[in-house]
Ligand binder design. Sequence first.
Ligand code: E4P
Length: 222
Amino acid sequence: MQLYIDTANLAEIRRAAEMGVLDGVTTNPSLMARENADFHDHIREICRIVPGPVSAEVVATESDAMLAEAEDLVRLAPNVVIKLPCTVDGIRACRALSDRGVRVNMTLCFQPLQALLAAKAGAFLISPFIGRLDDVGEDGMQLIQQIRQIYDNYGLETKILAASIRHPQHLVQAALIGADVATVPFGVIAQMMKHPLTDLGLERFLADWAKARPRSAATAAT
Ligand code: E4P
């Protein structure tokens, strides 16, 4: 499973990249707005830090205007992926961009038929939002499962990017189902290597080692 970070914060992106396990980045207009930076400069900088796919989202809602925005975004860096909403205009723009070899991430996916059309329109990624479905009493993980089955039934190559992940269990479930990628907030990435028994075990190993060291040193001296 590939791991993307879901943020536009440069410090978080750098810290995750330093772990050596980061495959890409997703941003969205809400995340960008928090950074209070020039959009294009900021995307350029993210693309410098992470060589993998970096999703940059258009804010136009009509397909011709989406294509015009995408035109500027793809010029920023070769690893920019254009993020478009799962709407009829989004699908039309996806088809046009995919036909030109531009990679598209279809976002705001909340039902499996949106994912089917995104794949038919040549999307590189489909982003089903798990957490936001859970928030309204639906089952976000079931959507991942349905899309996985539909894509596998027909050999569709669009990658399933599990999005709107709120906690490590979302990530475990998405990985078990076979999502190709997960995009995860920094806080959840930090939790991925955490277990209290790891901390306790390490503490005990180090304490035992510290007790045994004087003895080993004495044995070596005789
Ligand atoms: C995905 O690309 C989105 O940016 C993101 O996962 C949305 O997550 P949220 O529902 O926690 O805002």
